[in-house]
Design a binder for this molecule. Structure first.
Ligand code: 5GP
Length: 196
């Protein structure tokens, strides 16, 4: 009788992890990501592609890759988007696949911020990804933050709140929920989930 082959020895380094963060409008994703960037240079944060116009102060290649609809479609056609979606019923947003694959292969922890549709697609394409939902302390607080930031008119606010209701219903699909009651505390929790 032959002996069974020995189990491969445990890897000496922690496996690279892909973390996907989603959450409703105005929950504070941007602030949390700025904090993550500041605290963890090791973490690689994907730069999404979008067909929306840059806002004042946004830099192409830093905040987003701002693409024409034609260029975006060509990348989708070529299979170069890990996921993509129409967000808030308007513009297309997507994650370029190449850089994500390269960073994971290089052993870097990788972080994506995408909407619910995108999170579902990443789960399908990469089941090992951990999905984290950033939640507001309450619905009232979410509405308060959205109105308070004053970057959307009433019609756009309603559109975003409609999306938010749908996103909150999908919370059970996520592996973890982090409540953004305090930026520092929520960032601590997120970093712990990523082993950082
Ligand atoms: P904003 O236009 O405010 O920058 O982004 C709106 C929303 O688009 C974000 O909150 C996020 O949920 C979503 N989004 C940003 N990048 C991506 C992406 O690469 N893929 C998907 N599916 N959604 C994204």
């Amino acid at each position: 009788m032959t002996e069974p082959a020995p189990a491969p020895s445990a890897p000496t380094t922690r496996p690279a992890r892909l973390t996907v963060l989603s959450g409703p409008t105005a929950v504070g994703k941007g602030t949390i990501m700025a904090e993550l960037r500041r605290r963890s240079p090791e973490l690689w944060i994907s730069v999404s592609a979008t067909t929306r116009e840059p806002r004042p102060g946004e830099v192409d290649g830093v905040h987003y890759h701002f693409l024409t609809g034609e260029r975006f479609d060509a990348l989708v056609e070529a299979g170069e988007m890990l996921e993509w979606a129409v967000v808030h019923g308007r513009n297309r947003y997507g994650t370029p696949r190449g850089p994500v694959d390269r960073m994971l292969a290089a052993g870097r922890p990788v972080f994506l911020e995408v909407d619910l549709q995108g999170a579902r697609q990443v789960r399908g394409a990469m089941p090992e990804a951990q999905l984290v939902f950033l939640a507001p302390p309450s619905w009232e607080e979410l509405v308060h933050r959205l109105v308070g930031r004053g970057t959307e008119g009433p019609e756009e606010r309603e559109r975003r709140l409609a999306t938010a209701r749908e996103e909150l219903r999908a919370v059970p699909e996520f592996d973890h929920v982090v409540v953004n009651d305090d930026v520092g505390r929520a960032t601590d929790e997120l970093m712990a989930l990523m082993g950082l």
